[in-house]
Design a protein around this ligand. Structure first.
Ligand SMILES: Nc1ncnc2c1ncn2[C@@H]1O[C@H](COP(=O)(O)OP(=O)(O)O)[C@@H](O)[C@H]1O
Ligand SMILES: [Mg+2]
Length: 421
């Protein structure tokens, strides 16, 4: 294989292995650095899929778009729906037609989510200042949200900025990474800085009028509800009373944290494999990762919350696990993307959730939930369900305080599920 078709994978400043990619055959190769293997360090970094052996390992089965041929743990570093739009726009502006997944990783370099880094890197000029309003006006042009996109007028520099802070995080909603200086409040690009002089945020941007209401405020209200019921989430806030900013769990204590989504850990494709998209599988994964039982309890509470507050977009990339390098062990990551994901301005006949519960995606009953509780030894499941149900009136209070329009507030409230006892 030619040199440019190989990339180094670096974690916690150590080169842990090399990744190769054969474009013609859509095959990926991975080989551990023998020194790293022999050191016996970080044995659980990749608990599945990669074997801890010296010979190169070949992967041919991950060819769907989610993975683009790469092993799932590495594909987790690639841009997702929103990131890809920005990525493409930036390439087009620079006259580049197409890049391979390995080249994409070279652009991700040391700016990706989590702790995985890739080398050699594609060098990009330094940019530091971030003006959120400017970012938004550029995004409105890129995403063609405003009628007048004539002559787009996207300078190399303005696009570069967004390319660097808008392509790493997954998901479909517009978002950027920023770092806010704890003392001065100054905001800089969030792609490089990791020190604890800064708070590192993932900001889900509200682009005016794109949805007819402010989705980010709804997400913030859900965050407040989740807090009240003791669901573990990173501290979050609204910026300018409209953008949802959440502290990054992959940047804590001035260090990068290794995190992977359920899809990244397992190779279960969140888009095309409904058979793997079940809460039972997420619970089984938690057990296979030997998380403490309190995390299993958390996952149960999160599931009940998603059920009662009708967050149907609870797919496999909306759950992650976080690695502790001191203990070489895994925990459930804080919850994220808890929100009312449907459009409350539409009426849906059936709303089917991404993750099934006892084989069902609609009409889930108390019995179905209790079957899961039994299987995974959940303590006091009925008490948890009752507490979450008792929280539903708080939605109306919080939504009113946040000035979420009455129509949206009522429509969402009417969609909440309650179980009969
Ligand atoms: N607080 C956070 N810290 C670190 N990573 C996060 C955090 N919240 C979300 N992410 C990562 O970013 C991705 C996109 O965020 P998400 O809220 O799911 O956006 P979307 O609504 O576009 O799906 C998630 O899949 C997750 O991997
Ligand atoms: Mg998401």
């Amino acid at each position: 294989m030619a040199r440019e078709k190989i990339i180094d994978i670096i974690v916690f400043n150590e080169e842990i292995g090399k990744l190769g990619y054969d474009l013609d055959q859509s095959k990926a190769f991975f080989q551990y650095n023998p020194d790293f293997l022999e050191s016996g360090k970080y044995k659980n970094l990749f608990p599945f899929i990669f074997k801890r052996t010296k010979p190169a390992q070949v992967f041919t089965e991950f060819h769907q778009d989610t993975f683009q041929g790469l092993p799932p743990m590495i594909a987790d570093s690639l841009p997702d729906t929103f990131g890809n739009i920005i990525f493409q726009e930036w390439l087009t502006a620079r006259g580049i037609q197409k890049v391979t997944p390995l080249e994409q990783l070279a652009y991700v370099a040391d700016r990706g989510m989590g702790a995985l880094e890739y080398k050699p890197i594609k060098q990009l000029p330094n940019t530091s200042k971030v003006d959120i309003d400017e970012v938004i006006s550029i995004l409105e042009k890129v995403l063609k949200l405003k009628e007048d996109t004539s002559g787009k007028d996207l300078s190399e520099l303005s696009l570069l900025n967004i390319f660097k802070i808008g392509t790493s995080a997954g998901g479909a909603r517009p978002k950027i990474l920023i770092s806010e200086h704890i003392e001065t409040g100054a905001i800089i690009a969030g792609d490089k800085e990791i020190s604890d002089d800064y708070n590192h945020y993932l900001v889900k941007l509200h682009l005016d009028d794109s949805d007819g209401y402010n989705k980010e405020k709804v997400e913030y209200a859900y965050y407040l509800l989740a807090q009240e019921i003791g669901i573990d989430m990173m501290p979050s806030k609204l910026i300018e009373n409209k953008h949802f900013a959440t502290l990054r769990y992959d940047r804590q204590n001035g260090e990068k944290q290794h995190v992977l989504t359920v899809t990244g850990l397992t190779g279960w494709n969140f888009k095309s494999q409904p058979e793997n998209s079940s809460y039972e599988n997420v619970f089984k994964l938690a057990l296979a990762l030997k998380v403490p039982h309190k995390d299993v309890q958390q996952l149960f509470k999160r599931m009940v919350f998603n059920l009662i507050f009708k967050n149907v977009d609870d797919h496999l990339k909306n759950h992650s696990f976080i690695y502790n390098k001191e203990t070489d062990s895994w925990n459930l990551s804080p919850a994220y993307d808890l929100t009312y994901a449907l459009n409350p301005l539409f009426t849906f006949k059936t709303t089917s959730r991404a993750l099934s519960i006892n084989g069902k995606r609609t009409d889930i009953s108390l019995k179905d939930v209790l079957i899961i509780a039994e299987e995974f030894a959940i303590k006091n499941p009925k008490g948890i369900i009752k507490d979450v149900q008792a929280l539903t009136p708080r939605w109306s209070v919080l939504a009113a305080e946040l000035e979420i329009p009455q129509k949206i507030k009522d429509r969402i409230y009417s969609d909440f599920d309650q179980f009969e006892y």
